[in-house]
Structure formats: structure tokens, C-alpha cells
Design a protein around this ligand. Sequence first.
Ligand SMILES: Cc1cc2nc3c(=O)[nH]c(=O)nc-3n(C[C@H](O)[C@H](O)[C@H](O)COP(=O)(O)O)c2cc1C
Ligand SMILES: CCCCCCC(=O)C(=O)O
Length: 383
Amino acid sequence: MAVVCEIRDLERLARRRVPKMFFDYANSGAWTESTYRANSEDFARIKLRQRVAVDMSDRSLETTLVGQRVSMPVVLAPVGLTGMQYPDGEIAAARAAAAAGVPYTLSTMSICSIETVAAATTTPFWFQLYVMRDRDFVGSLIDRAKAAGCSALVLTLDLQILGQRHNDIRNGLSTPPKFTPKHLWQMATRPGWCLRMLRTRNRTFGNIVGHAKGVDDLSSLSSWTSQQFDPRLSWKDIEWVKQRWGGPLILKGILDVEDARRALDTGADAISVSNHGGRQLDGAPSSISVLPEIVDAVGDRIEIHMDGGVRSGQDVLKALCLGAKGVHIGRAYIYGLAAMGGPGVSLALDIIRKELDITMALCGERRVADLSRTNLYHEGRQD
Ligand SMILES: Cc1cc2nc3c(=O)[nH]c(=O)nc-3n(C[C@H](O)[C@H](O)[C@H](O)COP(=O)(O)O)c2cc1C
Ligand SMILES: CCCCCCC(=O)C(=O)O
């Protein structure tokens, strides 16, 4: 049995257990992957300020996110095709998040539908929305999320056009998988995954198939996306989404100060500083590098979340110090899920919680709300 100490251990296990096309889908970025790499590398450059002889006996990671109490300021980010990493993966992730006291965000592009996840869980989850050309369908997704009791809507703004991901093109990624000799070989070398996958009926996009015109041909994900996603999405559409939804709204994919100011005008409850995990605009800066300027511009008027490159509790702490109230993790929990299903997601969350707690204590802080830039050295000097 492999020893799992950190998220990278789960990544190694996931690589061994999931067919290449699905592991690569999660583990890649767009084009040269420079932004994908920068997301993690820029975290590593930030140094922590050690403090000693501070009473650390009473510590807490609890806080609130968009008005909801959480056991730590971590959220499971929306991840498309989660159910191809592990059968019924969305249900497993939602249950693990609920047990850990953190929110789970179900993607529009999930394998298990909103209703399937709601029926299998008792804790409200968040729903992530993509805006498609067919606004009646988008409206129906919002209504379905409301009917399922979702407790926040995450509106993603940075993927109206799909960034080019070379691994997915090379792998001929599709869902359900095509049965070409290459794909059959990839699956045959992962027999555990195949056996488990045979036991579920959820093998294609549950929210979408059968619900909207022309969505049944999913053989080419990128051409399908360009047919269905609406490239005309603009700020004025956000008002419509906000009205129709009527609950907590988080705008995801903000990377620029001007866009952050624009987001403020929409009256959204939070923004998520994100470059989609380096999967969209390659060459864009890392999320952690732009977080401080966005916090300086709008942080006193809107709750700020972030994601991108978070692989440890130390990374979470650095983002909190730079002004994020919530930190969303994508691949960190997907590796756990792909490696061992629901228990793997729980393990990923346990690892991050423990690392965050220990790091906070060694920095001399007892509450996440007390973390600030004074706990960091940036580029070798103290901010
Ligand atoms: C495999 C995969 C699928 C994703 N699918 C979605 C999605 O459906 N909707 C969305 O808003 N973001 C999606 N994202 C982006 C994540 O929500 C998040 O922004 C990103 O994973 C953060 O970077 P990290 O993986 O380094 O933590 C996806 C990310 C990955 C890795
Ligand atoms: C049909 C594929 C669309 C991609 C949606 C999932 C996503 O956001 C991603 O980054 O991948």
C-alpha cells in the first residue's frame, strides 16, 4: 500500500489508475502550459514568516464564505467530467466535501446531473453555470439548481471559447470514450477503472444530454463547445443570471483589476480570481500573482476567492495572507478522487486541513481571519 503524505502522492496514484486520456484531461493546461506551471511555481516563490513563543493552544480554521459557515476556507472547484475520473465521482466528491464541512461545486459539464447529486446527498452544494447560446436552456439550468437546493451559483466567465489543450487533441478526448484501438488499450491497462465504470449508468454529461437542442453529439468536445457556448456573453447578461437565480452569486475567472471593478458593479456576492487552472489563456499571469492588486482595488467591497495551483495547505495559507477569503481547489481533490474515489477526496481535504493548521500555527497565528501580508516574505523580502 502506497504511503500518502501529500497531494503529489495522490497525483502519482491517479496517474496509475485512470486511463491516459482522462488523467491528461485533468493534468494539463492550454498550449505551452506556461500559465498552468506558473500557478504552482509562483506559490513556491512566496516565503512564510516564522514566529515563535506565541500561545497556539486554541486554533480555528472556521470562517464563512458567501454567508455560509465552513470548517476551513476551502471549496471544491467545479470540474467537468469528474465522473470519468471515478464513477459517480460528483456524488463521491459532494459527500466528502459535506463530511469535511466545505462546499462542493458541481460543474455544468458534470457527468452526474444536478438532480442525481441532490438525490444522493443531504447537504446543499454549489452549482457552476456556463452560459450557452440557448438561453432558455441556461434559465432551466438555473431553475434546476434552485429546485435542487443549491446554496450558491458560480458563474464562470473565462470559457466562452475553449482554450486549446494539446493533450486532449492528441488523445482524441471524448465522453463517453470512443472505442478506437488506442482508447481500448488505455482502458484495458486500467482494469479497475473499467470494472467500476461498468457499474454506473452515468457516463456522459448528465446536465445536458437530452435537455437541449443539438447537444447529443459529444464526439469532439471542442467543436461541441464552440457550437453550444455563447461567445456573445457580456456583463449585461450577468444581471439576468442574478435576477433569475436570486441567491449568492460568485463570478469566476476574474484576473484583471478592470474586470474586478466591473464585477463589483454587477452586485455579485464574490469574485473568484482564476485563470481556470491554466486551461484557458496560456500566457496569462498566475492567479496568486494578481491576487494582491485585485484585493487592493476591490477587496474592501466584495468577497474575494481564488484558485489555481493550490496543492497544499501552505498554498491555501499564502492565498489567505494575500487577501483571499476562500480558496478553491481543483486538481488537488481530483487526484484523490481518481486515485481512490470518495475516500481519496476526504484524504486530500484532510491533508490540506492539517497542512493549513500546522503552517498557521508555525506562523504564529490562531485564526484564519488574522492572516495578512505581514505573515509573508514576497520575492525574498517582507511585503
Ligand atoms: C479537469 C478540469 C475540469 C474543469 N472543469 C471546469 C468546469 O467545468 N467549470 C469551471 O468553471 N471550471 C472548471 N475547471 C477549472 C477549475 O474550476 C479551477 O478553476 C481550476 O482547477 C483551479 O486550478 P487547480 O486545478 O490548479 O486547483 C476545471 C479544471 C480542471 C482541472
Ligand atoms: C465540452 C468540454 C467543455 C469544457 C468544460 C469543462 C471545463 O471547464 C474545462 O476546463 O475542461
